[in-house]
Design a protein around this ligand. Structure first.
Ligand code: SF4
Length: 407
């Protein structure tokens, strides 16, 4: 039986770099986009060739996720060419989830129409807030009007699975601002909502701005962020959204198989530590117990693939053997187990103990007995209905819980 696989395509370009962002994304590189699209298509060919050399396409692709950066900075035909390459060269499940991340500023009716007709069936729109003052604080290029228009246009052009990203803990944000953002979002009726709290990451403009003690009072403190997080959960679950992952909420949907509803299939692959293939600059893959990552800089990534293609013309076998990899590591069994527990605890239904034993051949309780005892005695995790899951307190202190399984 073929193994299931998710494919991630990284598009590392943005109109403007947001002050809080530490993703592999760049502003002012529009000039290399054409070449980048060609390089991504070459990488897709390389990997498909490589996989076919091992065994005839051992994977069934259940999801493709175009993330960034801002994928919708590309022209629709460029995005569709990449998607077509995936469809042609990989075994794609007929009802695969095909997501594109979008910045409202880059959405036009024409682009949305073409993307929907071309096969994208899910769109994840980076709204962050409907409050123009807060959008300015974040340094976003769009305003609330563009966000509304983007969501309504996506719906009109046939997207039946829309996800909205929101952010809380923004400088100067009040609890009332956050409640207004959630209520506005609920009225727009998206199938899926992600709520992330702003974190100040190393090397970002925000780190410089907010690391000085005198500026720190602009940021909502930890207690206020917890209050916002809990208020968000209350409002969203109170209107029928299932809180299924620490930061994610989804509607139920009778048409989708099993109980998945509108939960993001692609992200569940990461949270369950299952196999995925990353394509594009800086993209990570996890397949056959090996993690590997690509060259991070887009121009170096493009160059590497140009060189490989020249080699490939002379010697076809090299074509399959030299992807634009920057590094790799083979994970030992204990590390995989620890990481799987850490990631899967993010899903609120928790870790199925029988499935864990089937996958790793050991019991969680005996393998991680010390960590589990400590977390149980601190009321951070609980065993319930054959699952190991976070308590409400564990949700708030997830980072401390996760650290126990990484030791
Ligand atoms: S649009 Fe997204 S990826 Fe681009 S800079 Fe802003 S936060 Fe980062």
């Amino acid at each position: 039986m073929r193994k299931k696989l998710g494919i991630y395509i990284h598009i590392p370009f943005c109109i403007k770099k947001c002050g809080y962002c530490d993703f592999n994304s760049y502003e002012g590189m529009e000039g290399v986009i054409d070449e980048y699209v060609r390089a991504v298509k070459r990488e897709i060919s390389l990997i498909s060739y490589e996989l076919s050399a091992i065994s005839y396409q051992p994977y069934k692709v259940i999801s493709i996720f175009f993330g960034g950066g801002t994928p919708t900075i590309l022209k629709s035909w460029q995005l569709l060419e990449i998607l077509e390459s995936c469809k042609k060269l990989f075994n794609l499940k007929t009802d695969a989830e095909i997501t594109i991340e979008a910045n409202p500023e880059t959405l036009t009716l024409d682009k949305l129409k073409k993307l929907r007709r071309g096969g994208f069936n899910r769109i994840s729109i980076g709204v962050q807030s409907f409050n123009d003052k807060l959008l300015k604080r974040l340094g976003r290029v769009h305003d609330s009007k563009k966000a509304y228009q983007g969501i309504l246009s996506a719906r009109n052009e046939g997207f039946e699975n829309i996800s909205i990203d929101l952010m809380f803990g923004i400088p100067d944000e009040t609890l009332k601002d956050w409640e207004d953002d959630i209520e506005t979002t609920i009225k727009l009726n998206p199938e899926h909502i992600s709520t992330y709290n702003l974190t100040i990451e190393e090397g970002t403009q925000f780190e410089k701005l907010y690391s000085e003690a005198k500026a720190s009072h602009y940021l909502p403190d930890e207690d206020r962020q917890v209050e916002m997080y809990e208020r968000g959960i209350g409002l969203l679950t109170g209107t029928g959204y299932e809180h299924y992952e620490i930061s994610n909420f989804a509607k139920a949907c009778s048409e989708r198989s099993e109980s998945n509803g509108r939960k993001c299939l692609h992200n569940q692959i990461y949270w369950r530590n299952e196999e995925y293939l990353g394509i594009g600059a800086g993209a990570h893959s996890y397949m056959d117990g090996e993690r590997r990552w690509n060259i991070k800089n887009p121009e170096e990534y493009i160059n590497r693939l140009k060189i490989r293609e020249r080699h490939a013309k002379r010697k076809p076998s090299a074509f399959s053997l030299q992807p634009p990899t920057a590094g790799s590591e083979r994970l030992d069994g204990n590390k995989v187990m620890g990481e799987t527990i850490m990631m899967e605890l993010r899903i609120l239904e928790g870790i199925n103990l029988k499935s864990f034993k089937k996958r790793f051949g050991v019991e969680i309780k005996s393998t991680f007995s010390d960590a589990i005892s400590r977390l149980l005695s601190n009321n951070l995790i609980i065993f319930e209905n054959g699952h190991l899951k976070l308590t409400h307190k564990g949700l708030l202190f997830y980072n401390d819980v996760a650290a126990e399984f990484l030791l």
